[in-house]
Design a binder for this molecule. Sequence first.
Ligand code: 6PG
Length: 475
Amino acid sequence: MSDGTADIGVIGMGVMGANLALNMAEKGFKVAVQNRDPAKAFAVRDDNPELAANLVPAETLEAFVQSLKKPRIAVFMIPAGKPVDDEIERIRPLLEAGDVMVDAGNADFNDTVRHSREMEGTGLKFVGMGVSGGELGARHGPSMMVGGAKDVYPLLEPVLTRIAAQYQGTPCVAWLGPDGAGHFVKTIHNGIEYADMQMIAEIYGIMRDGLKLEPAKMAEVFRDWNTRELASYLIEITAVNLDETDPETGKPMVDVIVDEAGQKGTGRWAVIEAEKLGVGATTLEAAVAARGLSSRRSERADAAKLYDGVELGQAQFFADEAGLSELESALVTAKIIAYAQGYAAMAAASDENGWNLPLGTIAEIWRAGCIIRSHFLDDIAKAYDKGHTVVNILQSPDFVGRVAKGQSALRRVVAKASLGGIPVPALAAALAYFDDYRRERGTANLIQAQRDLFGAHTFRRFDKDGAVHHQWPAV
Ligand code: 6PG
């Protein structure tokens, strides 16, 4: 059917694309759907008879474009990178001035900036939109981070606000800034997602190897934690993961899963961008690195043999109320530090690119729908809502007290884990960052001295203005 009546179109009928289209159709929008293999687009309609009236599958890209109302809105939900480049090339000649392309995949924001520039002067509009929440989120309400020309957002807003997750009646979607802003924010979301998951996994490691708890007992603890400060989707699913039994062996499901983590790259991009901006998102970096090391399983097994029986320190974890509460407090504190790093990266990117990112709004639209959704994000939103500049979450009055109180638990947990040989790279990175961040006099003076000695790179003195070089003794 090519009658120009569809409100919006979705290209790419993979899991995310199909679910996003179904979500739109359910909210009353007429949605054109297309796929390289058109049979998939027809299947989405035929498999969902209750929504079929609102789904318009197209045999060809031409038919898809013709079925859209003007100005046309074509949402790409396809793999990032070359597939997006190719899709733009295919659809561009079919569109006309005022039409909008929305890349809703997990794109590298640098590509989104490039695409936006390519469209300048053509009349075509390009929007980069981060979508979080996985399959269920896409179907019933994701969190969406929109970047692109501001005047295009009103065209998308009626659909996006209806399909978004709602947090106490507020839709979890917002226009965040021009060109790559939305995809950059999604990238940082994913970096934080990695850090959150890694820190939870490290606490699980302590429970397994330090406390010798069974997964079902751990599930109980995580369920309990989910009623307080840590309440979040990731803590909730962790309890579910730990409680599950493998139907084939009767063993806890987590014990039959190979300890090698996959990754599609967005967490790594977050770290690369943070480093480029001179913001060390060390907790996120530790999480990315840990995934990398996890995948070298046979190498780890060899190393385990080589270092079997190395001397470890004396430090014990206890599975009593105080011991578990110490773990909880350590995780809360490290989480605040990880988010502070992610937010610092966004603040720096905002300055660098002139985006003027609304950091408080970002916390607001992450409160529901996305993978890192939590009550804690409401605390961050409130910290930014006070009207004053938040230099860093770690300097926000709302968090200083919490970190000051929780840091000793984090310190004890990291110290004990290290003595006991239980790796906690992300928790340790959070603690080290905190200690470095709160130290007025650092040690970079020595680095400056070294640089000046071997390369005459100069340094600044406390007692004089300007850069100077010192004549160091010859070495
Ligand atoms: C989301 C997620 C999602 C991501 C998966 C897997 O916000 O819905 O971030 O976009 O693709 O979490 O990512 P990795 O394969 O890199 O773990």
